[in-house]
Design a protein around this ligand. Structure first.
Ligand SMILES: [Zn+2]
Length: 656
């Protein structure tokens, strides 16, 4: 008689194999990392004997759950910023905090915290994408869990790379190091089409194919992402990534909330797996993925929690239940996504979506011993019916809780027995995590005190001229001044015509200055808008001098390209008041007596407060400013013979 290392007996076994075999009085024989046999207890006992036989007391024994998409170290950012739109949440909070705090130690601790939570909710394998992924993999392997671990690559600087080339190089070394590890499957993770360049996508796909490893990416998470792609590239997201060669790799596509039937077929033909993330999609109001249609099309769809900062937990029991409920309610069909199919998605099908279906996801001889025991004798699961074989699945999906998981084994090793974690010190993790929370709190409290530091946090900031000379007067007729300029003999270096839309954000604390979001719509000779440019300017309250000639010398200004929408900045900066100004501006760059000046001739449209003639010049020294202030008055008087009544305040001040 064969003698395996271990036999588990007296279990209600759900194998989750292709025929969904169940054994109500079942047993499983385990040798080393692998399952040797699974079947009725009498049958197993007649073939095998072991010194280590464990009685499962009638609990459900099934494959461990597969979390198809997460960012495990983000447990340390859980609850940091909630109830925000995806862009404000991501660009305004997550990324700035990540740039400041994410380090190998952060990642190691966050991963251990996540693993403890995942094990407690019956998860044995997960797909992760983050930074310092080598530290994610190391912590995961030390804990003893199975992970498909992908180093994130994107076009922006990340906590572990200034340039994407570094991330790709890191990925290559990471993949070489972990390839053929018994628990870790290395992977490459270009973050998303909108955070990557075609070059990054191509290089990532090449890397994945070179080493035959999975590639993870976020696809069509929001409607906005798809609209932008259609507008910029004339096609939805999946055909576009296909064009970049991405689908030649073994892809795991997270979200796919906004894909159509054609895109599903494209993913299917590429043998791509999909990770459905119901909690995250619900919480961020991203929409409901067409899960039933994806499943009907034949796609392998797994279920994931997404990162714990957008969920906010890693409870797969909750996720599986939500997946079933969401599919039913969005298809108006209570028969859609029945419990056993939802449980398949989170076990065997999930493993296939992760491209590790050959080693885990079901209880079958030859597969790794990744399994869990669930106690279904608790109040909320009682009583139990035997008539319908689907009852067991329904009980797990609709009434069991993650806290009913009592034992977890991965790769033949117990990670939890009788609810005691065997490879993780929970108290230590909780203490260290709280320490991080304190430091991050301090950082954010400081940042939120200043508009400038908030602006710096969203990136791309430059401090502009130290001095700006500005002379401004109200005029009755703009055309008259333009005609005077054209015939004056003054050299015109450049001329522009645009429509300007300004939104001023005003804050409670006047010392913060005010923030201007400006959209310039450039207008050509035929009066058509050719290009639109958006800029953010923080205009400091400080340093304001008045020359005797009533020329205003102002202020330090901070400029940033406005890469986000006005709505983003409104939600991020939370001004107490907004002022909107619209004007038609003719702008000339001229050379007047050897100095360069900008001449702005503005027709105010809203508020309708007349026309203005303005001279502006930048300078870096006080002496130069003095000269320029004299010249600017002279320039005004040269071009405009009417009464000059200086307006030293901004339009904004005028309209207030
Ligand atoms: Zn994600």
């Amino acid at each position: 008689m064969e003698q395996p290392d271990l036999i588990l007996v007296n279990a209600f076994i759900l194998t989750m194999d292709s025929t969904l075999s169940q054994f109500s009085n079942g047993a499983i024989a385990i040798q080393g990392q692998k399952i040797l046999a699974v079947g009725p207890e009498a049958d197993i006992r007649s073939r095998y004997t072991a010194s280590n036989v464990i009685d499962c007391h009638g609990k459900v024994l099934m494959p461990g759950l597969v979390n198809a998409h997460t960012h495990v170290p983000m447990t340390l950012l859980r609850g940091l910023a909630d109830d925000l739109r995806l862009d404000v949440w991501l660009m305004g909070y997550m990324m700035p905090v990540e740039r400041e705090f994410v380090s190998p130690q952060f990642v190691n601790l966050g991963t251990r915290l996540a693993c403890a939570e995942l094990i407690r909710s019956g998860v044995t394998a997960f797909a992760d994408m983050y930074y310092f992924e080598d530290d994610v993999a190391t912590a995961t392997a030390e804990v003893g869990m199975r992970g498909v671990c992908g180093e994130s690559v994107m076009k922006f600087p990340t906590p572990d790379a200034k340039f994407f080339e570094e991330s790709l190089e890191y990925s290559r070394e990471f993949i070489k190091k972990w390839k053929n590890h018994s628990l870790i499957v290395p992977s490459v993770a270009p973050h998303a089409p909108y955070t990557c360049t075609p070059e990054i996508l191509r290089a990532s796909a090449d890397l994945a194919m070179e080493f035959d490893i999975p590639l993870q990416i976020h696809i069509s998470e929001t409607q906005l992402e798809v609209e932008n792609m259609r507008r910029d590239q004339g096609m939805p997201v999946v055909p576009w990534v296909k064009k970049q060669g991405l689908l030649e790799a073994k892809v795991l596509a997270a979200h796919c909330v906004w894909i159509d039937d054609g895109e599903m077929r494209t993913l299917l033909h590429a043998h791509a797996g999909v990770a459905h993330n119901p909690s995250s999609n619900l919480k961020l109001a991203s929409g409901a993925a067409p899960v039933k249609r994806m499943l009907d099309s034949g796609l392998q769809v797994g279920i994931g929690t997404d990162g714990p900062a957008s969920n906010n937990d890693l409870d797969m029991f909750e996720e599986v239940r939500l997946a079933a409920f969401l599919a039913k309610t969005t298809s108006n069909d209570p028969t859609a996504l029945p419990a056993q199919q939802a449980l398949q998605m989170s076990t065997s099908m999930g493993a296939k979506a992760l491209h590790i279906g050959d080693i885990t996801g079901s209880l079958e001889p030859g597969k790794r011993a990744d399994l869990i025991l669930i106690d279904l004798s608790r109040l909320h699961s009682s009583p139990r019916f035997q008539r319908d074989p689907n009852a067991a699945y329904a009980q797990i999906v609709y009434s069991a809780k993650s806290s009913d998981v009592t034992d977890v084994m991965v790769d033949g090793k117990w990670l939890m027995q009788d609810k005691v974690l065997l490879t993780i010190n929970e108290d230590e993790i909780l203490r260290e995590a709280q320490d991080y929370a304190r430091r991050i709190d301090t950082f954010l409290i400081q940042r939120e005190e200043s508009v400038l530091s908030k602006l710096i946090a969203v990136g791309g900031l430059t401090e502009e001229e130290s001095f700006e000379v500005q002379a401004k007067t109200a005029i009755p007729d703009p055309e008259q001044v333009i005609a005077a300029l054209e015939s004056s003999g003054i050299e015109i270096i450049r001329r522009r015509h645009y429509h300007e839309y300004d939104t001023y954000f005003i804050f409670d604390d006047e010392n913060q200055g005010f923030l201007r979001y400006r959209e310039d719509h450039f207008i050509d000779d035929r009066g058509q808008v050719t290009t639109v440019r958006s800029r953010l300017t923080l205009i400091g309250k400080a340093v304001e001098f008045r020359f005797p000639q009533d020329v205003l010398l102002s202020r330090s200004r901070y400029l940033a390209p406005a890469t986000q929408s006005l709505r983003f900045y409104r939600e991020y900066f939370k001004p107490v008041k907004e002022v909107e100004i619209e004007k038609d501006r003719r702008r000339f760059l001229v050379n007047f007596k050897g100095e360069e000046f900008f001449i702005n001739i503005d027709k105010m449209i809203s508020p309708s407060i007349g026309n203005f003639f303005e001279i502006k010049s930048r300078t870096w020294s006080r002496q130069d400013a003095d000269l320029k202030s004299k010249l600017s008055i002279e320039l005004i008087k040269t071009l405009y013979q009417g009464p000059v009544e200086m307006v030293s305040k901004d339009y904004f001040e005028v309209s207030k």
